[in-house]
Design a protein. Sequence first.
Length: 177
Amino acid sequence: MKQPQARNSRRQSLQIRRARKNDRDAIWRIFRAVVARGDTYVFDPHISRTKALGYWFGQKRRCYVAVSDERIVGTYILNPNQPALGSHVANAGFMVAPSAQGRGIGRAMAEHCLREAERLGFRAMQFNFVVATNKPALQLWKALGFRIVGTLPGAFRHIRRGFIDVYVMYRQLKAVV
Ligand SMILES: CC(C)(COP(=O)(O)OP(=O)(O)OC[C@H]1O[C@@H](n2cnc3c(N)ncnc32)[C@H](O)[C@@H]1OP(=O)(O)O)[C@@H](O)C(=O)NCCC(=O)NCCS
């Protein structure tokens, strides 16, 4: 378990900014390492670089990176969850490099993402696919005010554990009065 002081000093040196074209290699390394585990995202664990980056840098999607000591240690995307009449609800996806997980980077990116979503005028945020065994994610989303609004029985085929439930999680944003 990391000491709170260590976590705080790491977070102070963390910079979160919009992704640039030349961040792609670093983002791909993180993406590949995260999906290869087959325990949190539905992507093919052997997905190609082109497909992965095509998704992460997709249309209507804003992509961000977390930088620590000039190294990209995490990335997140923010986009409308639905088109047109559902576009006031945001959706986001987060990936921290496996070697950097558990040090507060996910929380820092999520807090940044919530601020960005509010700034952009979204009224709520929805996570469509939170795997029930993904304890760090569940813990973090709950701590940030998301609640489980639905369960999709066996909707994820975990690479080691087989069929696992998936949660849909939701929270309003401050923009709502
Ligand atoms: C989920 C993820 C984004 C969290 O980022 P992180 O940097 O590892 O997490 P943090 O260090 O910011 O910790 C977040 C919270 O989870 C808790 N946590 C971390 N590891 C945990 C574990 N193994 N079990 C339970 N809780 C855990 C921490 O205590 C922390 O809570 P707090 O901020 O209230 O103290 C990151 O682990 C990740 O990229 N995982 C793989 C991809 C993924 O699951 N993405 C989300 C899909 S919904």
